[in-house]
Write a protein that binds this ligand. Structure first.
Ligand code: ZN
Length: 374
């Protein structure tokens, strides 16, 4: 009653904790999974599986990346995501990329770490939610020093008694709140052999930032995120040329084909799918492996030979996708010509695969197409 009397003259309505201010929950304990239900629901709705059926593998990777890029960034830059929530969000992305129906079993063709790992080390570059979260939070540690004269910086210093202490590793234990949670993330950096003191290191003699994460006086979240991902997600498959001249969905397919992780009859059988006959359904002379479908089957050979003649290139037959990519990388001194040849030959493999995909379904009616169709 007293609250109502006080709030009435200001034209305000009394409310209770927790409440939402500027889209951010206030008074809610963000260490609890329940506080993140809104983000989890949004993730679910944006990455609904009906879209899976309309998109290629590359399209699904792009969409999963875009959702991470904009949806929870606001939350992620203020709160530490609890491990349980991180697992749930990653699970939604994983299911979106690999499962045609949410509650049904599906084949996870490539290890999740390889999907997350940066492109420069051979991954697909989807990016880790955990790395994004702690990189965004690290910016606050840096801003506490960079914005020394700002009000929020003075408030945090005063509450946590930071004068004379290293600002990025200390929080007053008796105070709860956002800053304490941000400081807690230092253990997460340690997992990746990164010292938080070093990433926001200030040289007081030369009056400049020593850290390679700060460029031209600006803290680069993307550089820290990449550093964490490079330390945490290791791929041993060698580099892969993600050239922008070739469509991303084709490159994603070639990336998988290079690893042998496409649904050929042999690979499906290796993963427990009942295949009555693993011989090639087109020529019936060899087992249907990834290399056979794309390069050594007579139909594929004929297409590739015609393209190479058209490009006026003489070379031995490619025996594997790796072999083809190596040839392209050494083919010409002119970078643009190499990029062009890459686009043509990768495009040809994509065409051969799309054509084969239809034939596989005709050949193996016993397997539900929805189980493994790409
Ligand atoms: Zn064949």
């Amino acid at each position: 009653m007293e609250i109502s009397n006080w709030s009435a003259p200001f034209g305000c309505e009394p409310s209770s904790i927790p409440f939402t201010y500027l889209g951010i929950p206030d008074g809610e304990n963000m260490n609890k999974k329940n506080a993140w239900r809104l983000i989890i629901e949004k993730f679910h709705s944006k990455l609904s599986t009906w879209k899976v059926k309309a998109l290629s593998f590359g399209g699904r990777v792009t969409l999963a990346n875009a959702v991470l890029g904009n949806l929870p960034t606001y939350f992620m830059s203020i709160f530490v995501i609890p491990n349980g929530v991180l697992d749930t969000l990653e699970k939604i992305r994983r299911k979106f990329i690999w499962c045609r129906e949410y509650n049904k079993k599906s084949i996870y063709w490539v290890k999740w770490d390889k999907i997350i790992a940066p492109k420069k080390v051979g991954g697909i570059g989807l990016g880790s939610i955990k790395a994004t979260n702690i990189s965004l939070l690290a910016k606050w540690m840096w801003r506490l020093k960079a914005d020394e004269s700002s009000m929020w910086s003075k408030v945090i210093r005063s509450i946590h008694n930071l004068e004379g202490r290293h600002w990025c590793v200390f929080a007053n234990r008796s105070n709860t709140g956002v800053w304490k949670n941000i400081i807690k993330t230092r253990n997460r950096y340690m997992q990746y052999n990164i010292d938080p003191k070093e990433i926001v290191s200030w040289n007081s003699i030369d009056r400049c930032w020593e850290s390679d994460i700060v460029r031209d006086g600006r803290f680069m979240v993307c550089l820290l995120r990449e550093r964490i991902e490079l330390a945490g997600y290791i791929v041993n498959d060698g580099p892969f040329a993600w050239d922008k001249l070739t469509p991303f969905k084709i490159l994603c397919f070639i990336w998988r084909a290079k690893l042998g992780r496409i649904p050929s009859a042999v690979e499906l059988k290796n993963r427990g799918i009942i295949i009555p006959n693993t011989m090639c359904g087109v020529c019936n002379s060899e087992e249907e492996t990834c290399e056979h479908i794309l390069l050594t089957c007579p139909v594929a050979k004929e297409i590739m030979d015609s393209i190479l003649v058209w490009c006026e290139i003489r070379c031995d037959r490619f025996l594997s996708v790796d072999n083809m990519l190596l040839f392209i990388s050494r083919w010409s001194k002119c970078k643009y010509k190499r990029r062009l040849l890459n686009a043509i030959l990768c495009g040809a493999l994509w065409f051969i695969w799309m054509d084969r995909n239809k034939r596989i379904f005709e050949k193996i009616p016993i397997v539900s197409a929805n189980t493994w169709k790409e």
